[in-house]
Ligand binder design. Structure first.
Ligand code: KG4
Ligand code: ZN
Length: 349
């Protein structure tokens, strides 16, 4: 089974060719960072228009690099939500048109399930139950995965997502957009204990997260130092970046470890753009080693948005006999624990 995956849920236009469930033949990601950087965040209308311009060439390049053509593709997987509706619509419309024209099956994929399957792309034999920490620009979910496609949400953020908190703190510190990688870099030169910041919602009775208090603490510190203007002292910025990252990562790790213990998890998975964070990766590795539970995290290029992970999630759904009707739409909100709309069942492929 050779799949073409398409991803346009936010600010990356991406296409990938996957053979089976693990052989990624190509993965092309056209980033829109340059387009949105001057606004300090993604502008939905601009994102949709850029997807429209780029998607055709990105698909052609993915097919080319894989040494294949549309006529040799067996099925199409496309992100249908959650995300920006205008952006998602570009990918979904293209996928439906290509599937119809080529007469091949289409499968709509939940973007968060895609992030999770970046792990299975690299390691298909992961044991269940798994505890998955999904940390992206728009989501922070702690999930018990009991089998392929089976999810129970244990906790989620009550306000900002982890990536959003990184982006907002980076903006306040004058580190630019996207903020996660910038804080990750700046923090290396800083001392986390030089500045006192609160642990964000460490409550031991809840698997939910809350990062707005930590973000506000950073904004207040910047206001005190420089009246809210991005501070000029690089050493101070590095210390605050390190303290912010340390506090946020600490709570992500503590709650994930607690969930893994409570659910007797056989492995821990990291997923989403923030899974690229170097401190989160090293602290989670220590915690998993202490628990004696294996940790799987995607390689860096598969943490942030890409179409390889969408193709992987789609491959597993197709193998279970699922596909989408051509009524598939674009859905701003899509719950991981519910079936993707317009799913039809066929005999397993
Ligand atoms: O999963 P993703 O690419 O897009 C969404 O589905 O939202 O995640 C993007 C988020 C952004 O907030 C970005 O700042 C964050 O992931 N991110 C990071 C790092 N790399 C990307 N956050 C912390 N450290 C990083 N190294
Ligand atoms: Zn994402």
């Amino acid at each position: 089974m050779r799949l073409l995956g398409i991803e346009t849920s936010c600010d990356e236009t991406a296409a990938a060719v996957l053979e089976g469930t693990t052989a990624l033949r190509s993965s092309v990601v056209a980033s829109q960072v340059d387009l949105h950087a001057r606004y300090g965040g993604v502008v939905p209308e601009l994102a949709s228009r850029r997807h429209l311009e780029r998607l055709g060439p990105v698909i052609d390049e993915a097919l080319d690099r894989a040494g294949t053509s549309l006529g040799q593709i067996d099925a199409l997987a496309v992100t249908c939500g959650p995300g920006l509706v205008g952006a998602l619509t570009v990918g979904v419309a293209a996928a439906k048109a290509l599937a119809f024209a080529a007469g091949i099956p289409l499968v709509g994929v939940n973007h968060l399930e895609g992030h999770i399957y970046a792990n299975f792309l690299e390691q298909p034999a992961l044991p269940f139950p798994a505890i998955v920490l999904i940390v992206s620009g728009a989501h922070t979910d702690l999930v018990a995965m009991t089998g392929h496609g089976r999810y129970e949400i244990l906790g989620r953020t009550r306000d900002d997502a982890a990536g959003e908190a990184f982006d907002k703190a980076a903006r306040a510190l004058g580190l630019g957009y996207p903020g996660g990688p910038a804080i990750d870099r700046a923090a290396r030169a800083g001392r986390a204990d030089a500045v006192a910041l609160p642990l964000p919602f460490p409550d031991e009775t809840s698997f939910d997260f809350s990062f707005s208090g930590l973000k506000t603490a950073v904004l207040r510190a910047v206001a005190r130092l420089s009246g809210g203007e991005p501070p000029a002292e690089a050493a101070w910025v590095a210390d605050v970046a390190a303290a912010f990252q340390e506090a946020l990562v600490e709570v992500l790790v503590q709650k994930t470890a607690r969930a893994a213990r409570a659910r007797r998890a056989r492995c821990i998975l990291l997923a989403g753009g923030v899974a690229a964070n170097s401190r989160l990766r090293s602290r989670m590795a220590e915690a998993a080693a202490d628990l004696g539970v294996p940790l799987q995290m995607p390689r860096l290029s598969l943490c942030t948005d890409n179409a390889g992970m969408i193709a992987a999630a789609g491959a597993y759904r197709l193998a279970r006999g699922e596909r989408s009707s051509l009524r598939l739409g674009a859905y701003a909100d899509l719950d991981l624990s519910r079936p993707v709309p317009e799913t039809v069942r066929t005999d397993p492929a």
